[in-house]
Each structure stands twice: as C-alpha cells, then as structure tokens.
Design a protein around this ligand. Sequence first.
Ligand SMILES: NC(=O)C1=CN([C@@H]2O[C@H](COP(=O)(O)OP(=O)(O)OC[C@H]3O[C@@H](n4cnc5c(N)ncnc54)[C@H](OP(=O)(O)O)[C@@H]3O)[C@@H](O)[C@H]2O)C=CC1
Length: 268
Amino acid sequence: MPSIGIIGVGEIGRAIVEGLCEGESTGEGTGEGTGDAPGGAPVIHLSPRSAATAARLAERYATVRVCAGNQEVADASDVVIIAVRRPDLRQALDGLRVADDKTVINVMAGVSLGELRQTLATKAALVRAIPLPAVRERRSVTVTHPAHTVADALFDRLGGALPVADEAAFNVLSALTGTLTTHYAYLATLASWAAEHGIAPADADSYVRGLFQGVGRSLGEGTRSLQQLAADHETPGGSNERIRTTWFDAANSTALTRALDDLLARLT
Ligand SMILES: NC(=O)C1=CN([C@@H]2O[C@H](COP(=O)(O)OP(=O)(O)OC[C@H]3O[C@@H](n4cnc5c(N)ncnc54)[C@H](OP(=O)(O)O)[C@@H]3O)[C@@H](O)[C@H]2O)C=CC1
C-alpha cells in the first residue's frame, strides 16, 4: 500500500482516513483487521491546518501523523489527496512542489484536471475522484477519472471505484452527488409535517427514517429497475400515485432536471 498524504483534513479528508484505518492492523501487531479492506492501515500524512481534527486522527490511528506543512505532506507521500474547498485552492497549493513520480488525487468539486495541472505545474499523474462521506464505512462507490491503478485500488478499499472515460461523464455523476442534501431536506420536511399534525417529533423522525431505510434496502438489492421499484410500491389510484402526480408532477420534474443542467454547466 502506498503512503497517502491528505491536504485539507475536513469532512471528506477525515472520512477517507477513517475508512482506510478503522479496525485495520497497523503492521505492528496493535490492531485487528476487519477483513473488509485487507492490507492493513496505510501510512497517512496529514496537513496541519484543522489542527484539532488532525491531532485526533493521529492519536486514534498509529499509522497517521501530522506534518509541519503542506509541502511536507507532498514530499512524504506517494499519493497526495487534495481535499480543500475551492476558494482555498490557491492558498493551499500555490508554490507546492509535487514530484513527477507521485499520484495526485483531486477530490475538489468543479476543479478540472487542466486547472490542477496548471496550478501544480507537475508531471505527476492526476486523478479526479468523488468520494462521499460513506467511504468512512467503506460503503461508497467513488467515481474516478482517468482510471488509475493506484487510485482505483485505494477507493476499492473504501467501497469500490467507478472509473469513467472522460471528464464530461465525471461531471454528470458529480452533479448527481449535488442532490444528496436535498434528499435529506425532503425527509426533514416529511418529519416536520407529521410533527405539525400532532405526531411526537421523535416518533415522526424515527418513522421517516424507517420508511426510507426500507427504500435504501430495496435499492441495494439491485434486481429491479428504478421504474419497476416505483411501480411495485404504487397502487393504482392510491396514496403514492396521488403524491407522485400532484407534487412530483411534470413541472417539478422539469425544474429538477433544469437545476441539474445548471449545476452541470457550473461544473464543466
Ligand atoms: N463533503 C463531501 O461530501 C465532499 C466534498 N468534496 C470536496 O472536498 C473538498 C473538501 O470538502 P469538505 O471536506 O466538505 O470541506 P471542509 O471544509 O470540511 O474541509 C476542508 C478542509 O481544508 C482545510 N484547509 C483550508 N485551507 C487549507 C490549506 N491552505 N491547507 C490545508 N488545509 C486547508 C480546511 O481548514 P479550515 O476549516 O481551517 O478552513 C478544512 O479542514 C471540497 O473541494 C469539496 O468539493 C468532494 C466530495 C464529497
């Protein structure tokens, strides 16, 4: 396993560290492998900003250490993951030297390979990736571009890699990931509506969670198409058909696809 560097130890940087290290052996006989991600915990070098988070990770995992600066992360690691927010890109990367034999994984939404190549001025292999917080539990498939043996092997350990042929396809799948918090907000609206109609908020919350965990399980089976799943849950003239046709009507569906088109245009 190559050594990993992470510049930007926020939500997604932390999730990657946890996914790679939790329950893994350290090679020093101090841990037990889970069997889910064979190979033991990799050596991971963290950037020093977000000091409290980085320190907690280094305390928790024997193979994780905090570096003195971003340059030290790049120098010490075979694979450098860039996970800062776009507005922080220049401050984090300007002047950073990345040797040509390294692999750089760019997880920043909307930052193309061309832009990153120009910023870093390196001949190192550059790979884009869309890891999601569920990599923490090694349950998320990560879209990558271009296919790269080392990067794809890393994300295989975290739930799977889905390499796509070009950045256009990458951006389409990236736009889909922009719908996740809307989905949570939709569930929160359902729970609030039930609470406003007299259901105890905790009961409304847990009932909504249970309903949609069932949806998640059906999706996970992967045996029926999305259209078939919808049809199987719908009685003609029943409640589901009513909400689908009165709320998620053609206008609503068009508004959603327009919002996705607009997002895609921003990502391209
Ligand atoms: N969260 C998600 O689900 C996903 C996020 N992404 C992408 O990952 C990137 C990070 O997102 P996310 O983790 O949510 O954001 P966070 O804000 O949680 O994490 C970004 C981290 O970068 C740190 N940082 C800022 N400037 C520097 C610097 N100069 N050197 C080193 N570290 C720095 C920030 O520190 P401080 O807080 O002190 O500013 C923060 O800890 C974004 O570009 C996003 O598009 C991609 C896929 C999914």
